[in-house]
Design a protein around this ligand. Sequence first.
Ligand SMILES: [Fe+2]
Ligand SMILES: [Fe+2]
Length: 250
Amino acid sequence: MVKEDEALFFLLCSASFVESGSDLYTRNLVDYYHDDSDVAGWLGQHWEPEELQHGRALRAYIEHIWPEFDWQRAFDSFFGEYSQRCTLEEFEPTRALELAARCVVEMGTATLYRSLAEYSPEPVLRELATHIRTDEVRHYKYFYRYFNRYNTQEGNGRIKVLGALVRRLLEIRNDDAECAIRHVLNHRHPGHANDKAYIERVNGATRRLVQSHVSADMSVKMFLKPLNLPTPIQSGIEIPLARMVHFALR
Ligand SMILES: [Fe+2]
Ligand SMILES: [Fe+2]
């Protein structure tokens, strides 16, 4: 049912690459919170294994449907580039702000898997995406709780927190997924390797797949939560922000 669906293939590969590369990010994050055994312990014992499990599950699915695709080779070439970029310098300047930014990443993955589940014409993928989404929502809740704990000490105002949220929102649009798609394409269709127009087409197709099934409402609520806004203000800005979140998610 899904074998001929190229946009889905690229989207699943790119998700599986980013998930499978997350131990690199966890190590950096654990370093950032090294003297907080609560946060570092959760990251190392729960968050990291779960993200890696998402990567393995998606990989198993891809290899079952598209056995001709050499997942490992494509992942290795992706990881070569990804590991160079994924450094501590890209973290937010304070612990609370980085935790707020992590909420945005988990909002993004929760949204992605929710729309994948909605889109999937095939029950196994639908179930898989639903399980992963449940994990991502739980990750969000943990990051949100730790954010509140740190922000009580740091006292960052809404403008500062909003800055961290928007910065990470713009980053998740650009970076990881496009890098992953480029490496998938180089192995899937070597004739089109580094072909900018082709990459743009694939990016557009995967973005449309997600956007046409996105629940902007849920995403916007998750995006705004760390700002702790009074209800009337929140309802006033939800609609314009829904558009922005919609634009940012691929
Ligand atoms: Fe994940
Ligand atoms: Fe997650």
